[in-house]
Every structure is written in C-alpha cells, then in structure tokens.
Ligand binder design. Structure first.
Ligand code: SF4
Ligand code: SF4
Length: 149
C-alpha cells in the first residue's frame, strides 16, 4: 500500500505508533457511559450516566494518565490485544472499525480535520449525559437508553 495512504489505512492496530493509536480515538465519549451487563447472558444495556472523569463538553477524559490507578473499575485498558474482548464498545468506535477492516467515517477528526465534527454529526455524548456523581448505582437501571451505542 502507498505511503501516501493515511496510517489507519495501511497499518494494523498492532503497527501503530503511540501517537497514531491515541489520535485514533474520535473523542465520542460513548465508551465512558455506564453500562449494565448481564453476567449470565453477556447482554449489556447502555445508560446516559457518564463516568465522573468525563468532561461532558469536550467528551474527553480528565484523568486519562491516572485513570487506571484511580479505582475506576469500569475503565479498562484498550489495546490491540484487548479490543476483541470489548464487545460492548460502540460500533462507531474507531478502534473497533479498524480492527474489523473498516475505514473511518467522515466525521472522524482525522478525516474531517476538525475535532468538532464528531459532535456536530451527533456521534458524541455531548449534552446527552448525567454525571454518575448524581446517580446512585442502584438507580442506574432507570437511566438505560434505548439506543444501542
Ligand atoms: S468509543 Fe472508541 S472512539 Fe469513542 S471515545 Fe471511546 S475509545 Fe474513543
Ligand atoms: S476514567 Fe475511563 S471511563 Fe472515565 S472518563 Fe476517563 S477514559 Fe472514560
């Protein structure tokens, strides 16, 4: 494949540099919504309740470097080896799409050149969430959303 092709078209997830890997995240924030998972069936239900570390305006993590040591038990390290295990990631997720051999979509900041397009296209969770600090875990069920993100 031509070197002129963007990196996500000519590299696998395993071949990407740390910068390329990080830039692949579209900033949608969808993976930072609380999910309820049925341990018996593996079914999951997405809520509109966001992690306390999610900046709900930028949809970026405010504790990215320290998130895995902050006892955010729902926050799991995403890497080329683990992507297949995280079946609950949204279909729109760039890592999931690349792992499945798909291209990025037009609204992805790497394609559009504009970090706002993930928001204007309605993909991100901006304006759609309530922070988990306001929702007791036993009340999560009431916040399940119908959209299968
Ligand atoms: S769902 Fe994927 S692309 Fe969106 S914020 Fe999470 S890791 Fe990034
Ligand atoms: S700690 Fe994890 S789940 Fe919470 S906002 Fe950061 S990346 Fe998302």
């Amino acid at each position: 494949m031509s070197e002129k092709e963007p990196f996500w078209k000519r590299k696998t997830l395993f071949e990407m540099t740390p910068w390329e890997w990080e830039s692949l995240c579209d900033g949608c924030g969808r993976c930072c919504l609380r999910r309820l998972i049925d341990k018996d069936t593996g079914d999951y239900y997405v809520t509109c309740v966001s992690c306390r570390f999610l900046d709900t305006e930028t949809c970026r993590c405010t504790a990215y470097e320290r998130r895995l040591t902050q006892k955010v038990t729902e926050c799991l390290p995403l890497g080329p080896l683990t992507i297949g295990e995280y079946y609950w990631l949204p279909n729109s997720c760039a890592y999931r799409r690349i792992a499945a051999g798909k291209d990025l979509q037009w609204w992805h900041p790497l394609v559009s050149g504009d970090p706002e397009t993930v928001h204007t296209a309605g993909i991100s969770v901006r304006g759609k969430t309530v922070c988990e600090t306001y929702v007791p875990s036993e009340a999560l069920e009431a916040y399940i959303i119908s959209e299968k993100l």
